[in-house]
Write a protein that binds this ligand. Structure first.
Ligand code: PEP
Length: 251
């Protein structure tokens, strides 16, 4: 049985004060049952170290939304995996479509980032997903397969087990229009099939695959009970405790 993950990607939102109040309120409200799930929030960089401090021992893990692929050097404005780990951050989101689109992150860079993150003991949430055009023209499976193969398939079996995948169709992110649960399950099963071909069935069965794309309190259950959907990566609906908690409670 794979442990479910509910992860909130705050993007460039919230303040330090809101981060404090969010963690305090969420940790008061998550009960024993919720503690069997892995709950992650990904605040912006400046809040990470405090967020780690406030969430310690409260059943909430803290992730970064990005990191650089090199370990150090003349990269003004960038942050390394080692720096994140030293602040107590547990995880990092890599390959989000907004990073691929606005910041030119390609499969080669992502492969380097994944290696750096693993070397520094960070859990990786690796995002993959197709554009609307690619889905319309039937290229969605091929697109996702290529992204996964290029960035992840050089990893050894013991390394891939530390990766969490997040299938996020780009056309469903922040648009209010989610994929259907059937479309999501179909893609998740396809991804697991690919993992199985590369790492064997037993290995593939251990890997968690999250769905992301306009997941909300009122549609979460439908997604989170699909056979190959092991949780959610949530943007907009992770900004308010009330919404995020409802999603946590629905799996
Ligand atoms: C995301 O950005 O990862 C995401 C899934 O956003 P939203 O839930 O707002 O669609």
């Amino acid at each position: 049985m794979r442990q479910k993950i509910i992860a909130g990607n705050w993007k460039m939102n919230q303040t330090l004060e809101i981060t404090h109040d969010f963690i305090t309120e969420l940790s008061e409200k998550i009960n024993q049952k919720e503690k069997s799930k892995q709950i992650i929030i990904a605040p912006p960089y400046p809040f990470l170290e405090r967020a780690v401090h406030w969430s310690k021992g409260k059943g909430i893990d803290i992730a970064a939304q990005n990191m650089h692929q090199c370990d150090k050097g003349a990269y003004t404005g960038e942050v390394s995996a080692d720096m994140l780990y030293s602040t107590g951050v547990n995880a990092v989101i890599l390959g989000h479509s907004e990073r691929r689109e606005h910041f030119g992150e390609n499969d080669e860079i992502l492969m380097q980032k994944v290696v750096q993150a693993l070397e520094n003991n960070l859990q990786v949430i690796f995002c993959t997903g197709e554009s609307f055009e690619q889905r319309k023209t039937g290229k969605h499976f091929e697109t996702v397969q290529t992204q996964i193969e290029k960035a992840l398939f050089a990893l050894q079996a013991h390394e891939i087990e530390k990766i969490v995948l997040a299938y996020e169709p780009i056309w469903a992110i922040g648009t209010g229009e989610s994929a259907t649960s059937g479309q999501a399950q179909e893609m998740h099963a396809y991804i697991r099939g690919n993992l199985s071909e590369r790492y064997g069935k037993a290995g593939a069965e251990k890997i968690r695959i999250l769905y992301g794309g306009s997941l909300k309190p009122d549609n979460a259950k439908e997604f989170l009970f699909q056979k190959d959907i092991d949780g959610g990566l949530i943007g907009g609906a992770s900004l308010k405790v009330v919404d995020f908690l409802k999603i946590i409670e629905s799996c």
